[in-house]
Design a protein around this ligand. Structure first.
Ligand SMILES: [Zn+2]
Length: 163
């Protein structure tokens, strides 16, 4: 009896072009997908750009364009890499798609309705010029564990601590 399989990979972060690590993972997944199809199984092989996060904001700011423009440029450059390695996703999409927004909001509402979301007040750095709260990647300072200078707010590249 044929199996119905849904296959995906880690979604690549849209802050840069594919690198060899992405392609290696896709080749491995593509081989497995082709094998399953040769066995008579039905496979839906999907991927998407992960379009959210501070590294994209930082890269876009460096490039002098909006994060949306930056992500669109990265997305436009994906096809030659995939075609060049004969990797054939059935669908390639984006985490910034309307259906993903609706689904994420529905999951949040369901969790909230079932008492699984709690709120608490936290302190966070704020940039009054940009009028925005700053993600950890925008904060640099001394590592509280090894005291290395000039480390990002989410991890220390000297001692490997993650905050
Ligand atoms: Zn450290």
């Amino acid at each position: 009896m044929p199996r119905q399989l849904f296959v995906t990979t880690a979604l690549p972060y849209a802050n840069g072009n594919f690198h060899i690590g992405h392609i290696m993972e896709y080749i491995q997944a593509d081989i497995w997908v082709r094998h399953q199809r040769m066995q008579g199984n039905a496979v839906n092989f999907v991927g998407a750009d992960d379009t959210h996060g501070a590294p994209i904001m930082i890269a876009a700011e460096k490039a002098g364009i909006t994060p949306q423009q930056f992500v669109a440029n990265i997305a436009a450059g994906r096809k030659p890499y995939l075609d060049g390695f004969h990797i054939a996703f059935d669908n390639w999409h984006s985490t910034d798609a309307p259906e993903n927004h609706a689904l994420a909001q529905q999951i949040y509402r369901d969790l909230k309705a079932n008492g699984l979301i709690s709120s608490k007040v936290i302190e966070q750095f704020f940039d009054p010029e940009k009028n925005m709260f700053l993600p950890d990647r925008f904060i640099k300072g001394e590592c509280p564990k090894c005291h290395a200078k000039d480390q990002y707010g989410d991890n220390c590249e000297v001692c490997g601590s993650v905050y």
